[in-house]
Ligand binder design. Sequence first.
Ligand code: ADP
Length: 511
Amino acid sequence: MKAFLQRLRNISIKKKLYFIVGTMAVLIAIELFVLWFAINTLSAVRACVGAEGLWSKAQKDGVYYLGKYARTHDEADYAAFLNFMKVPLGDHKTRMELIKPEPDFDIARQGFKEGRIHPNDIDGMIGLLRNFHNIYYIAKALEYWTNGDSLVVTQLIPLGQKIHAEIIEKSNPSETLTMLINELDPVNARLTEQEDNFSFILGEGSRWLERIILKILLSVALTVEITGLLLSVSVSRGITRGLNEINRATLKIKKGDLSERALVFSADEIGQVAMAMNQMTGQLVKSNKELAQFAYITSHDLQEPLRTITNYADLFKRNYAGKLDKNGDKYLDSLSNATLRMQQLIKGVLDYSRIGHDKKLQLTDCNAVVQEVLHDMSALVKETHTTVQVGNLPDIMAFFELHSMFRNLISNAIKFRKTGTPIIIHIEAQELPNEWLFSVKDNGIGIEPQYFERIFTIFQRLHSQKEYAGAGIGLAHCLKIAELHGGKIWVESESGKGSDFYFTISKNITI
Ligand code: ADP
């Protein structure tokens, strides 16, 4: 069963949708067929009732004219009697033809035509009598019809012929004629009885048929609805489940968790997308690793020749400063500055590529970390008259890189100070259900909202070297450190009104 369900899930969405539409189309076609059949059958039954009315009227009119003929001896009345008898005789012709194993339908149609049945009803009636003669109500109706027929053929018409013969032979009213006239009423009464039975049973039959057809139509309609509902719900649930899973995994990957993979429930289009996404993420992890490795190796290898250049530049400066012309000293200074800056940049890239390398998670007293960082920066803090207000910080599981996080944020808060305003920095922490939320707030120059994301990209700076020195690496470090701790980092600020940096550290860091 499980394997069967899995095989169903693996069918492509296109095919599943075709299947739903196909099934619905078949069921609706069945419903339409039942409706068509119902309308035709009921209309044939109605036509039979109508035919019976014609039959009965013809019989009554025939008996009336025969009676009148017996009194008036007017040939026209006898002709009228014979004319009316054409109706039951026509119907009789059809019935006799239809009971044959291989009836001639032209003869059957002709009979009903003579019975004055509307041409549009003839085929429906023939179909009803042929196909449903085993159904109780039709069988019974046929029985009453046969009885009526035989009364007409064996009694009423012969009686008419006898009356006609008597009138032609004897010019005066005879006893025989009176006797024959007396026979007319009982024949008429028996015929009426058969007619009543016939219409009654047809009425019963049509009500029975209506009930059955209504039930069939309702069941088919219900089947259409339920099947459509079940199929649509199950297919759309499968689609939603797969899409939700892709969505969930994408969000986690977007947050930086490249170890996340989407579960693959089926081999349909959605399953294929999930598999492709998983493959892509795998490739991303691989190329990220390669890139980090590349950055590490290049920055590491660049250090050596750079150190040589720096050393020679220093030597050169020491031995030749003041001995060259004015331009020569200037060029030498520029060379020294540039090599120093390059050294800083390369160190920054090297440090960046090594974040999370050692992965030593340990219980860390955040107060101690901040105090250590401030101690390292004490000269700068003193020189800039910076006040740092540190709240009660927690002991948490963290990597050593947390030092860098605080160092970068505090040094930025000092660097991007507002001239003429004493620097005040607030450092606080707040416990949330699954993480710690830290904040480092300053009263410096602030940042315009359009740069809130850009500043976390490596080498992105908002100021020139002359305004504020720096490599544009500090906040990129911070972002990588926050992600290393399963957290995020962001800034809230208004230009000229200080900046509030927030970062989170997960309580469940996975290595
Ligand atoms: P750097 O400090 O070397 O320029 P960062 O990556 O640390 O590089 O910061 C990137 C940019 O973000 C800075 O150049 C600066 O424009 C802006 N920035 C960072 N911290 C602050 C702050 N506390 N106040 C105002 N601007 C800041």
